[in-house]
Design a protein around this ligand. Structure first.
Ligand SMILES: NC(=O)C1=CN([C@@H]2O[C@H](COP(=O)(O)OP(=O)(O)OC[C@H]3O[C@@H](n4cnc5c(N)ncnc54)[C@H](OP(=O)(O)O)[C@@H]3O)[C@@H](O)[C@H]2O)C=CC1
Length: 263
């Protein structure tokens, strides 16, 4: 089975919700033309994905397993045990889990899974064809699949993979941050579309510039801009005084501590 080219593989999805929707959208946007077979649960989302992204809907979860080479598990962590109960995977099947906070070892303790269990947890920006796809442990086929949706990054240890998940949460926090800056500009009188464009393109510009300056320390880019007497430095000092920068480290600490505890 693992000798098959990716394009002729059928991908199964168990857990057809928010993650599955952006993962499938990312795959199709990236040019993946293989078959995708969906669990029938959550019929509304499954029907929508079937229509918009050329997927098929199975009759049962076992049906998904029986007719696919690689199965993506994307149920909430608290539903994993119930999902796996009574299911029977093929020995040579590849299972890719997007379930956050459950180690490879604990996946195996939760229910019967084949030996090849790979964790892969990209965030929603893959729907736009952007972002990284954290993978653990390394697996060539899973990395090739991930490449349709973004840039695969593999980790040598599960501890490193967990650190990447804390960084992934940061992606989610950013939208609230962008929203609040946009709102501030709107409150001061800018049309909402202009405010949104300013914020999003300033952020995009910052990441583009930082990626271009690959040998430069990121903090030193700020220091080069926020020199004595600049408006940028005035604002930065306020952010530092109100723990606006350090608060992000504290949020990362909180997420990381919980990821480790749950593992
Ligand atoms: N949302 C995100 O941004 C990210 C999510 N993830 C991970 O992805 C996983 C899914 O999250 P998300 O997509 O947000 O959650 P959703 O609730 O949107 O989707 C989960 C889906 O699983 C279905 N489901 C539950 N039990 C079963 C079952 N026994 N058989 C088949 N389907 C079942 C649910 O159906 P029903 O609604 O009927 O219960 C639901 O449609 C989580 O483990 C999360 O950690 C990882 C990275 C980011």
């Amino acid at each position: 089975m693992t000798d098959k080219p990716l394009s002729s593989m059928t991908i199964g999805i168990l857990g057809v919700g928010y993650f599955a929707s952006y993962f499938i959208a990312g795959l199709r946007k990236g040019g993946f033309k293989g078959q995708i077979l969906l669990s029938p649960r959550n019929a509304q989302t499954a029907n929508k994905l079937a229509q918009t992204h050329n997927c098929s809907i199975a009759v049962t979860n076992q049906d998904v397993i029986d007719h696919t080479d690689l199965v993506v598990v994307s149920v909430k962590p608290e539903h994993l045990q119930e999902l796996l109960t009574g299911l029977s995977f093929k020995d040579d099947q590849i299972v890719v889990s997007a379930v956050a906070g459950i180690s490879v070892e604990n996946h195996h303790k939760t229910g019967p899974l084949p030996q090849t269990l790979i964790r892969m947890i990209p965030v929603c920006c893959i729907e736009a064809g952007e972002g990284v796809v954290p993978i653990y442990p390394a697996h060539k086929i899973v990395e090739d699949l991930a490449r349709f949706t973004g840039a695969p990054v593999t980790f040598n240890t599960e501890e490193e993979f967990d650190l990447s998940l804390a960084a992934s949460c940061m992606n989610g926090w950013l939208y609230e941050f962008f929203g609040s800056m946009t709102q501030w500009l709107e409150n001061k009188g800018l049309p909402s579309e202009t405010a949104r464009t300013l914020v999003l393109h300033n952020v995009r510009g910052a990441t583009g510039y930082a990626l271009l300056k690959e040998n430069e320390d990121l903090t030193s880019i700020t220091n080069d801009i926020a020199t004595e007497g600049t408006f940028t430095l005035k604002g930065l000092e306020v952010l530092r005084k109100h723990q606006g920068i350090i608060a992000w480290d504290k949020a990362l600490d909180e997420v990381h501590a919980n990821l480790i505890r749950d593992n």
